[in-house]
Every structure is written in C-alpha cells, then in structure tokens.
Design a protein around this ligand. Structure first.
Ligand SMILES: Cc1cc2nc3c(=O)[nH]c(=O)nc-3n(C[C@H](O)[C@H](O)[C@H](O)COP(=O)(O)O)c2cc1C
Length: 269
C-alpha cells in the first residue's frame, strides 16, 4: 500500500512509478485521508500478509513534509504483524536526518521503519531569498536520472530490503551538517512557517483568472476563493503547490518571487 504527499508532482510521480513497478494499487493521497478522517480522527488501514507499507513525500527543510508527519501521527495499521515499512523521499539536493525524524514518528505508532531512500528531483522551493527553482538544464538532468533511481528502489523493495540496507540498494542523500539542519532548523520551520497557525506572504496579481486551482490543490484548505480570487488563511505548510501550479503566474510571495521561475512535474495534470 503506497501513501504519498506531493506539492508539485515529484513525489506523486515517484509513488506512481513504484506502484507500476511493484504491481501495487494507485497511491493514496495522505491529504485526502486526513481530510476524510476529520479533526483528530484516526487513519486506519489493514495490510495484506507481507504487504509493504510505503510512504512517499518531499523533504521540507531537512525533514519529512509536515503533511506526511500529520498522517503518520494518526496512522493505525489494524493488523500490523511485522510487514516492512519503507519511506522514499524526494529532495532537490539533500535530506539531512529526514529518515530518523520519520522513523521516530513511525515508532510512536508502533511501526518500525525498515529502510528509507531518497530520489533527487527538481527543486520547487522559492519562498526565501537565495533559493529558487532549478534551471531548465538542471531540472532536465534530475528528471532524466529519476527513473533509474526509482527503479533501483523498487528492485530493493521487491528483494525485501532489510533494516540495515540489507540485500538491497542503499541510496540516501544526507548532505553536510545533518544534525543542525534537521534538529535545529527543521523544528523552527515546522513551528513558525508550516505550523497550524502559520501565516503566509502569498498574494495574487491582476493576472489572476479566478480558476480556483490554487484553492483546489492546497492540501490544508488554507487557500479559499473570495470574489473570484484566492485568499490565504492560516495553516499553510509551504508545499508551494499554489504558487508553482498557478497557470498564469499570478501568485507571488512577498516581493521575492517575481523574478523567479516556477516548477511543476511535467507529467502532473
Ligand atoms: C518548504 C520546502 C522546503 C524544502 N526543503 C528541502 C530540503 O531541505 N532539502 C532538499 O533537498 N530539498 C528541499 N525542498 C525541495 C523539495 O524537497 C523537492 O523539490 C521535492 O521533490 C518536491 O516534491 P513534490 O513535487 O512532490 O512536492 C524543499 C521544498 C519546499 C517546498
């Protein structure tokens, strides 16, 4: 069973590739599952015998995307009996200690993380000075290598990769100063920029055509439509779906994204 969170389609693409390669059913969106479960509700599932649980999500500020952590905090596998639990994170560059943050969250639900891999994909972060999406050339090179990395992950899962990397493929991009990034910067990100009360600096220009896509793709419902234009309330998790997926580039963040490019996975509908 594959669960995913994705802002701009990279993790959804990886989740679908894995599903196809492993013969699993269509990946399930955790944002929809959280919404269905309602306030404080449990997300409860059953796994088949030996059926792996696979979580696919982007790295946000050297930790798992907040929506995946919210999902895991509500996750209950009714008949858990030692089935493998795998994580596959997508990142623009490096992941820090994303694997150990997820592992701790899963352990609180009684689920030991069996193995975690990362797949480098085009960067979608542009909400801070000094950051921005990749050039077309860099994005194209990452997209060209992604199928091989994803297939190697699928192969490792098929082989039943064990706790220490086991017999399978081991690919995880930690990067430099992982502890500082994941245990100092990431908690600040989660608390002040992606928490339930977070406020945003998003705004919309006259180019807005009122299509409402930004509101539909927002995983937390922080974007609503008012008088035909989007309004941002509290609770944004900074997934960048609204700004990157706007079909007319009408959305900006403060005064820093006007000159920036935008990114969404080319196969994202
Ligand atoms: C808020 C935010 C923080 C990010 N932090 C990191 C990071 O710490 N390391 C990294 O390599 N990429 C980082 N990225 C880039 C994404 O992980 C990467 O582009 C990912 O593949 C996007 O997946 P998606 O298209 O499924 O949303 C960040 C993106 C966002 C939106």
């Amino acid at each position: 069973m594959i669960f995913y969170f994705s802002g701009t389609g990279n993790s959804l693409w990886v989740a679908r590739q894995l599903a196809r390669s492993l013969g699993c059913s269509e990946p399930v969106a955790v944002a929809d599952e959280i919404r269905k479960a309602g306030d404080g509700g449990v997300c409860e599932y059953a796994l088949g015998e030996g059926e792996p649980l696979i979580l696919v999500f982007p790295v946000h500020s050297w930790g798992p995307a907040v929506m995946m952590l919210r999902f895991v905090s509500r996750l209950h596998i009714r008949n858990y009996g030692g089935q493998p639990v795998y994580a596959v994170c997508t990142c623009g560059d490096t992941c820090g200690m994303t694997d150990s943050i997820l592992s701790a969250a899963l352990a609180r639900r009684g689920l030991p993380l069996t193995a975690c891999w990362s797949v480098r994909m085009p960067n979608n972060y542009l909400l801070m000075k000094g950051f921005g999406v990749d050039t077309d050339e860099v994005a194209a090179a990452k997209l060209a290598s992604a199928p091989h990395v994803t297939e190697a992950v699928a192969e490792a899962i098929r082989k039943g990769c064990g706790p220490a990397g086991g017999t399978g493929y081991r690919h995880y991009l930690t990067g430099t100063q992982p502890w500082l990034k994941s245990h100092v910067i990431n908690p600040l990100f989660r608390r002040f920029l992606a928490g339930p009360d977070s406020r945003t600096k998003f705004h919309v220009s006259d180019a807005c055509i009122g299509c409402g896509l930004c509101a539909r793709v927002c995983p937390t419902g922080a974007v609503t439509m008012s008088d035909g234009h989007p309004v941002w309330g509290r609770g944004c998790v900074q997934c960048t779906a609204c700004i990157n997926r706007c079909p007319v580039r009408a959305i900006d963040w403060g005064n820093i994204t006007q000159a920036q490019g935008r990114y969404r996975h080319p196969e994202l509908k």
